[in-house]
Design a protein around this ligand. Sequence first.
Ligand SMILES: Cc1cc2nc3c(=O)[nH]c(=O)nc-3n(C[C@H](O)[C@H](O)[C@H](O)COP(=O)(O)O)c2cc1C
Length: 215
Amino acid sequence: MAHSSASGNAPAPKHFYEPRLGHGLPHDPFNAIVGPRPIGWISTLSKDGVANLAPYSFFNAFNYVPPLIGFSSIGWKDTVRNIADTGEFVWNLATRPLAEAMNASCAAVPSDVSEFDLVGLAQEPSRLVKPPRVALSPVAFECRLTQMIRLKTAEGAEVDSWLTLGEVVAVHIDQRLLKNGIYDTAAAQPILRGGGPADYFGIDAAQRFELFRPR
Ligand SMILES: Cc1cc2nc3c(=O)[nH]c(=O)nc-3n(C[C@H](O)[C@H](O)[C@H](O)COP(=O)(O)O)c2cc1C
């Protein structure tokens, strides 16, 4: 099968850099390249019972059975501290109608202040874990901590970042998103994080295409 690059058959000239020496560009392109990313909008409960809510775009799913999801906290933030203390968290789907509230929930506030109250979002109780769900979010995963891994450099030096992985033990889905039982990704209006200080992307059913794996 013949493939060609955007500039024809010759490989396009490349901007090359080693991140440890700087990218040489007006903005670090890393987040814009690895994007758009789904958002881990994570609710937790402190050991004193304060509900916490914060978005994490270094987030993804890592396993089917059992379903495992994870996110990376750059620094030991309230969310990871609460999960380390309680072993539980909830992932809430961030949607276009909730985008402004999601963004407001990243405010750096003292740990005795709940972002639910700060941004005026109602809570809904979870079924198997204690942290509440975002009531208006159409999908939520109740999770139990499986691993918390401190990240390292290639040389083995510890980085002040924490990858938190959890098993999804319960799932809530707005029934209107199930069309003949099939989850309709676009209808949920998920928002995805791009690069730069403020870029987000939505998705559109018209952009969907199918590829079946070779047999
Ligand atoms: C869309 C979005 C994505 C974010 N992704 C991350 C991330 O992946 N890792 C991180 O450490 N902080 C991320 N942040 C910043 C945190 O949300 C912010 O530091 C927040 O105050 C942490 O809250 P907490 O201390 O209650 O856990 C993100 C913020 C926004 C708005």
